[in-house]
Write a protein that binds this ligand. Sequence first.
Ligand SMILES: Nc1ncnc2c1ncn2[C@@H]1O[C@H](COP(=O)(O)OP(=O)(O)O)[C@@H](O)[C@H]1O
Ligand SMILES: [Mg+2]
Length: 422
Amino acid sequence: MTVYLPGGRVITLDAPLGGGAEGKIFRLAETPDLCAKVYLDPERYTTERLVAMMAAAPSRWRGDHGEHMHLAWPREVLEDRNGQTRGFLMPLVEGAPLTHLFDPRKRLTAVDTPTWRLVVTVAARVARLLAMLHDAGVVMGDLSPTNVVLSRTGHVTLVDCDTVQFTDAKTGEVHRCTKLTPEYAAPELSSGQAVELRPSQDDFGLAILVCQLLMEGEHPFEGVPADATAPEGTAADNIRLQNNRILFPERFTALADGMPLNVLPPRVLELARACFGEGHRDPAARPSASDWAETLDQVGFQLMGCRHNENHTYHRTLGSCLWCARRDAGHGDHFPALGVPDVVALPIPASLPAARTVPWPRPPVSPAPQSPPQPTYPAPAATPAPPVKKGTELPEWATTVAAIVAAIVVLVIISAIVSALL
Ligand SMILES: Nc1ncnc2c1ncn2[C@@H]1O[C@H](COP(=O)(O)OP(=O)(O)O)[C@@H](O)[C@H]1O
Ligand SMILES: [Mg+2]
């Protein structure tokens, strides 16, 4: 398919990068740092919305890192040959979906330092990013871990920004968000009606995401019901019914390898309880994104390092290493130390970078220079002595006598010459 910039320039789409319910994302043939989102159902999208978004470009909105791009915000509208909006160009973000942090094996390949400390830092960054959007009058709406791209260093970028709720600065018109991910949607949105969102709706999804990150991917509203006769509800059903393992763990069947609630630092647990308890009914009672960011930053200063494994970190209130205890209980080492192969109870994925799987000591990167083969026979002399003719060789004493005789002869001659002259 051919798409065009509004001026008529052709944009050549290259390999697909991903796709969701709304559109497909493609690399561009000529421009490596941009990509295109092409809508599946372009009728629903207006140029007006995208143009208003581009006018509200977030260049002055800052995240946690001055040089990191935090939002894949639309840059240019893309049209078909009839001038109908088909999608847009945006910055290309390299990285893995945030869901890779939920899984110990995927985490090993997704980030450079796969530790629980990094997980806490990432959670804080997501919270700060949302707080920044809320300050700018934007509500993410479709908050989900697949809409957050994670860099190898643990920095985060929001994608799917074209569906956010924002206000057109010129007209004052509110452009609404029309898409939600039910597993992260606040209970009042489960009716599916497009309503004007408030930041507190993002805050509900954020609380779920933070718990899920800190609890090894366990969604607080998912699980097998304790009542064996009850049907297993979806996360959205459980959100509506307030079935969550933070406040009501007894409503779910406890799994042998389930994460214990005390993995959550006390203040985090407090915020989660406020959000899923009182905040379930009253959006105003939910901790804000900046509350979460502040709390998670503080938690980052309260972590302990394990004596046995540098990749194990846990909150200081636990007293001993939770990850060692879980490994010893047979649940695998979720944060295996590098270079210590016997701590990994989980199967190592084939895609693990070579540097993380090679046994210690590592083989040299380039082959060591080979020493020349040793000869198995006596080496010939470098410069052989000239052959001595047989029969010409004199004994040492004869040489000495000849030298003395020669010296006497010379002395006799000299004395004869001297006496003749006198
Ligand atoms: N700017 C981008 N750079 C790199 N990958 C992206 C970008 N935008 C989206 N993606 C990838 O494509 C997937 C789908 O894009 P998204 O905009 O979320 O589509 P949908 O609206 O259909 O959910 C994302 O989950 C992400 O993996
Ligand atoms: Mg998406």
